[in-house]
Design a protein around this ligand. Sequence first.
Ligand code: KIV
Length: 280
Amino acid sequence: MSSSVQNLKRLTLRDLQSTYLKKEKLSMLTAYDVVTAGILDEAGIEMLLVGDSLGNVILGHETTLPVTLEDMIRHTSAVVRGTQRALIICDLPFGTATDPETALRASIKVLQKTGCQAVKLEGGLHCASIVKKLTEQGIPVMGHIGLVPQSIHQLGGYYQHGKTESSAQYLLESALTLQSAGAFSIVLECITHEIASGITRKLNIPTIGIGSGSDCSGQVLVINDLVGLSLKPPPKFAKPRADVASVIRKAAREYLNEIKTTSEDHRPETKEEECLAGLS
Ligand code: KIV
């Protein structure tokens, strides 16, 4: 734990609400491990999301669908252990929020086993009863609408939402319904700037945008996209601020080179010595 975040109190929903009411933008990044989480906490990021993007970013799956609740619990626990100040949110993975009871059982497990403060779930209107159930039980819920990667097969690809009138209408209705159900915030993923801006103005809870323009109440990015640590190019909206992949590649090549060019060779020189070495 870094000394600069020692003895800091963890941010609460009330802290985030007061930042929002002051019209200050909110910051969120994904984190999946103790070291990165500790560094982001030290940098002052207010919310760390253990996203089920874990599946693509860390575990190498094509989609987020194979991610399990156990995966989320393991990584969220690490993120909680590495941080003192940031509010930690755990994504409910595919199949764990299909109805209010299932989502409640999964969320209780997550909060009890990890020590995180909130859960996030993907989906619009149809998720209202789930959000209501969880918030009635004192579990803070972040909503997530627009491009919802757990529904990738139904959506048929990664594209911008809110372009047609019916899509825009559905997104606005979803946002208002999730707010009424008790969500403390909503992620707007890949929604046109105009629609994201309109939704943000109509809500009285913060929207956190990703690829949805600059008018949201806050922004979130996948940490690997922010720091250039990936085998694939980042999405268009993510501007990498560093090239960590190059730093690692350079260090590994230097290390490799040093090993290969070290001249000392401790192998026994004669057959007899080789046999004796084997016996000792
Ligand atoms: O899983 C994730 O990382 C997310 C963010 C992109 C919002 O849901």
